[in-house]
Design a protein around this ligand. Structure first.
Ligand code: ADP
Ligand code: AMP
Length: 216
């Protein structure tokens, strides 16, 4: 299955993608995680991406589109994938559909996680991420078993550099102008499935699976 998880920053895309990709047995491809890993490893891509990410801006399409196209050509993505955080602009959406068309493949669905602004602020304020595997936690809504330690890999939990008040404000502004138009774009293509992202994590998972018509 080829699925896109769409939604504002902090909606729970990464949290859900980690669970759903296992159920679907497809790789979880997160552009955010790819950029963050490159920043940690101080690669050329990481150094370039950091300039934008820490200010709450999008990494330019010229960088992002090629990166994803190459990733989708890797062997593990042959039978499907769950895209998290891509596309984020109309150009990226068009490029994805063009890429699929050129390889005679189809997108199965775009799941839109709908979460209002005030809730997004609370979620990003309390978010902690694993500096090693990228898993996402929340101090109140989804705390780790042990303070500051990742349940999955025992990595150290940190605050994302772009979860500062200023960067969050900018990311929400950028979401409204650059990413939100994709909701209508995919709706017109008949691919959009809306899911209420304000429920508990388990309930959102159930609703996403139902939207994808997956029975577990
Ligand atoms: P995104 O990948 O869309 O930016 P994350 O998956 O990192 O979002 O989630 C943002 C924050 O909200 C994290 O701290 C996460 O633990 C928390 N979170 C995710 N889903 C829910 C939910 N359904 N209810 C409450 N908190 C959630
Ligand atoms: P995320 O973890 O999905 O919130 O992504 C973290 C940051 O990486 C975003 O705020 C952007 O700066 C950058 N990023 C992730 N995905 C994309 C994308 N598809 N296009 C441009 N920038 C992106």
């Amino acid at each position: 299955m080829r699925v896109v998880l769409l939604g504002p920053p902090g909606a729970g895309k990464g949290t859900q993608a980690k669970i759903i990709s296992k159920v679907l047995s497809v790789p979880h491809i997160s552009t955010g995680d790819i950029f963050m890993k490159n920043i940690r490893e101080e690669t050329e891509l990481g150094i370039k991406a950091k300039e934008y990410i820490h200010k709450g801006l999008l990494v330019p399409d010229e960088v992002t589109i090629g990166l994803v196209e190459n990733r989708l050509e890797e062997e593990d993505a042959g039978e499907g994938y769950l895209l998290d955080g891509f596309p984020r602009t109309l150009s990226q959406g068009e490029a994805l559909l063009k890429h699929l068309e050129s390889s005679h493949k189809m997108l199965d669905a775009v799941v839109f996680l709908d979460v209002p602004h005030e809730e997004l602020l609370l979620r990003m304020e309390g978010r902690r991420v694993c500096s090693s595997c990228g898993a996402s936690y929340h101090l109140t809504f989804n705390p780790p078993r042990e303070m500051e330690v990742c349940d999955l890999c025992s990595g150290h939990l940190i605050i994302r550099k772009d979860d500062t008040e200023e960067a969050v404000k900018e990311r929400l502004r950028v979401y409204e102008s650059e990413t939100k138009p994709l909701v209508h774009f995919f709706e017109l293509k008949g691919l959009l499935r809306r899911v209420d992202g304000t429920k508990e994590i388990d309930e959102v998972t159930e609703d996403v699976l139902e939207a994808l018509q997956i029975k577990v």
